[in-house]
Design a protein around this ligand. Sequence first.
Ligand code: PMP
Length: 401
Amino acid sequence: MDWQQILATRTQRMSASEIRELLKLLDQPDIISFAGGIPDPDLFPAQAFSDAMSGALSGPKAGEALQYSVSEGYAPLRDWIVGEMGRLGVPCVRDNILITSGSQQALDYLGKLMLSPGDTALVGWPTYLGALGAFNAYEPRYVRFDPDTNRPPESYAEGAEPGRVKFAYLSVDFANPTGRTLDAAARERLLDTAEALDIAVIEDAAYQSLRYDGEALAPVLAREIARRGEIDACRTIYCGSFSKTLAPGLRVGWVCAAREVIDRLVLLKQAGDLHSATLNQMAIAEVAGAEFDAHVEKIRSAYCSRRDAMLAALDAHMPEGVSWTRPEGGMFIWLTLPAHVATVALLERSLETERVAFVPGHAFYADGSGQNTLRLSFSRTDADTIAEGITRLGRLIAAAI
Ligand code: PMP
């Protein structure tokens, strides 16, 4: 069977990256891994979920928990999210919320909703690899978006047919992969640019709750509501997630946006998977309702000390010529090495000799640039292991430059 000849053209941009192949080697126990950007499983509220799930299955809601349900999502969870969005400065109602199977599904559906082949998506350089993966299926062209500069809005539309720039996608707090946060002025500029181009904004807030220091910044959606008066007049689509706060394995995230957008996404959700797992939504509603703030405080404090350990180790062990970000939250630190050091080759050498893993940065660039960059994650490793791993990495990099 020659599958190649019957595949849709969109599959041509779907490929397993060489990085994923390399990262498969990471299961070996002697490797210190700063590669996977995933939460520490020791911090999951496992007992609370066990209680919530057995409660849901043994009580009067057992039938509801196991039955088909509405595509919009479990109403008490949507109501909890309405309260949470209100706290963030986003007044909204239940109809502004759609529950998705992780925020990853929201990215896929937003690509499906807005991108025809050849349309332009504005993305960060670098940006979240999974967003590129989700959008790629809809065959866009990517243009580098940089709200930190005063670049004139029209320049983003150069080379695009009129009306074919569709959205700007940005992770605004402690971004994956850089750990950077967009400051207030850049958030306003982002909105100015989106208004001038008449495009949507996808605000990826996956790490929003994980701030360790500095002052919290109002989401882009909150700023736009301050301009427009109400969410239903806004172009910003906020994608939230319980993956980094409660548990990624339950696959529960949400979209908060104008009703017009939510109504269309509901149709995609119906066609895609009907609805997210009801039992999981019930358990998230129960655990979030009972202990969201207390739990988030606990993980913040754990990740904060790991971030501090990694920054201290980088200060102590990185040779001259290497620079890195100093994130105020999240899970990532982004390193830039001298231009001649290719981090893919460095990773191969590292796995052979120093046994430290990281993610080479070029995968996060839509144009494959960034060959001399890499991403470190501090979320899964204790402070002593971080110190040891960064000492080894410093030695490896010093030898390479
Ligand atoms: N956005 C960003 C920036 C992420 O880093 C991730 C997960 N790594 C996601 C979205 C998707 O997360 P989930 O589907 O688990 O909500």
